[in-house]
Design a protein around this ligand. Sequence first.
Ligand code: C5P
Length: 402
Amino acid sequence: MSAGKRVLLIVSGGIAAYKALELIRLLRRAGCAVTCVLTENGGQFVTPLSLQALSESKVYTDLFSLTDESEMGHIQLSRAADLLVVAPATANILAKMAAGLADDLASTVLLATDKPVLVAPAMNVRMWLHPATQANMKTLEQRGVQVVQPGEGAMACNEFGPGRLAEPPEILAAIESLLNPAPGPLSGRHALVTSGPTHEPIDPVRYLANRSSGRQGHAIAAALAALGARVTLVSGPVAIGDPPGVEVHRVETAEQMLAACRAALPADVAVFAAAVADWRVDHAAAQKIKKQPGAAPPALTLVPNPDILAAIAAPGAQRPRLVVGFAAETADLMANAQAKLTRKNADWIVANDVSPETGIMGGAENAVHILSAAGVESWPLLPKQAVADRLAGRIAEALSRD
Ligand code: C5P
């Protein structure tokens, strides 16, 4: 099932490192190509030679090796595999991953990768149960790192409890399921999502913007990807991380966002969650506009931006089958949303009240109404991720209907 897949196995320093040898054997038997990275501490427990003999592949240990870097740089190493596996993962390497440290080859590769990561923790029971380790695990899981939970039992240090490395067949099973995910209801579909604000330049240092955080749009992209869709996320400038498993195109202005959306077509579904600036400054200044003593402030002339949703939803061969827009309003929510549905030729409009007292814009929760030709459906106040999951589920249902 996993034949031909490439696994980068990072072996960190723990007594359980010997089990990594068995894991390599199982992976090779399953047809996977295995490349190992051994940490300095890992090298106290297993030798590069044993890893190399079993993996039949070069073992990497040193961030600053001139030969290794000239053959395969650490960035390439971090991305050449289909999956990164840390087994055993010590408390130390998990802490480094959570903090984003990159002080050796293993931690650097883990920070530089754009591939899924699976960790199999192994450590003393007290170290595992320590709030610091538990907080690190929570952080890593929130970022999409997959975990094979440690088992319970007698430990090398004569204590008893959770912290034992999962057995190699269990780690193999987790690897197999990550390498061969069950097809989701949106697998084979392409989804285009816009998110975040746009920045419209006034001059090289100033811009017009809005308070959109990108949280809702990014959550929708993640939810569609979790259902198996190939997702292209076109995002304005945001301070949040990329959703896992999504191809992100970063843009600044509305015009760039429209161009990136057009370039991403065809798509089965498009969700326009970005808070696109309605206007941009006509002829942004090429140099910083200077404050002149006694002079009147500069007058900015605004011109309309393209309406990305309306442009992509316009009838034509390239129109996605399902087009979903958002209506963020501070007054007359439903009437404005209804007008947008028709004017922009959208199939659905997700309407939300963004009056400052709701705390929705930039906040973590959202209360939305879904408008379509079939009528209006109101959802309760939910975390933005839950809104995204529900919406993704509805999208999957709608696309499976025809
Ligand atoms: O007209 P309004 O900005 O309220 O419309 C909101 C919807 O239209 C959102 O889905 C937003 O992403 C989209 N939109 C767009 N391009 C614009 C303005 C809005 O795609 N220039």
